[in-house]
Design a protein around this ligand. Structure first.
Ligand code: ATP
Length: 216
């Protein structure tokens, strides 16, 4: 299994005492499959994605990527999995301000040891006119497409995306989702995507709805 989440519990401590955000979540994502994660604001979608990315650890339960439990993996092994297997698209774009769009697009792919043609990628994402611009010269939606392109360029086996089309108008959001699904199916990657859009969730293979810390 590409991603296996079993009985995951996550609690935050707050001024009002402990808040159980995830209360025994289980899910699987197979290679080549796209899964939409929906649920109302604050129900724990981003928390779950962060745990799957190994950016935080669950209180209980297991999260395995290609059979390795990322919470208990040694630092070097977790870093290797994150670099080689996982691609992240988060709400913050984290573009590198001192690199052009072209170099932002290829940066992660190079780190992952993969050659990539920025022109083809830019064409698929409608970024061709912007290749020589700096990130600060782009709109929020254009920056978001660069962030998505950068992730796809590294050809991750698992793509974790937190509302990747949130800043885009409907038509551009549809086109970008299509590009992500195409890239995923070409390389046999799995896609776990948080979305507030019913319409986009319906276009994915499966959907999972979170409510009160559990899969509804
Ligand atoms: N570091 C933290 N410390 C304490 N509470 C937190 C922390 N991070 C998130 N929370 C709380 O945990 C809950 C889940 O947050 P999370 O960001 O996972 O929700 P979400 O479903 O992604 O929301 P949205 O759709 O609004 O982005 C919220 O009530 C939030 O206030």
């Amino acid at each position: 299994m590409l991603l296996s989440v079993r009985d995951v519990v996550k609690t935050y401590s707050t001024a009002d005492g402990p808040q159980v955000v995830l209360d025994g979540i289980s899910l699987d994502v197979k290679a080549g499959e796209s899964l939409a994660l929906t649920g109302e604001s604050g129900c724990g979608k981003s928390t779950l994605l962060h745990l799957c990315a190994g950016l935080d650890t669950p209180d209980r339960g297991r999260i395995e990527i290609e059979g390795t439990d990322i919470a208990s993996a040694a630092d070097a092994e977790r870093a290797r999995l994150r670099r080689e297997a996982v691609g992240l698209v988060f709400q913050q774009f984290n573009l590198i301000p001192s690199l052009t769009v072209r170099d932002n697009l290829t940066f992660h792919a190079r780190l992952a040891g993969r050659g990539v043609d920025p022109a083809t990628l830019a064409d698929r994402l409608g970024l061709t006119p912007f290749l020589d611009r700096w990130p600060e010269q782009l709109s929020g939606g254009q920056q978001q497409r660069v962030a998505i392109g950068r992730t796809l360029a590294a050809r991750p086996r698992l793509i974790l995306a937190d509302e990747p089309t949130g800043n885009l108008d409907e038509a551009t959001g549809d086109a970008v989702l299509e590009t992500m699904q195409e890239a995923a199916s070409e390389s046999g990657a799995g896609l776990l995507m948080v979305t507030h859009s019913e319409r986009l969730a319906r276009r994915m293979d499966r959907r999972l709805h979170l409510r009160a810390g559990q899969v509804a």
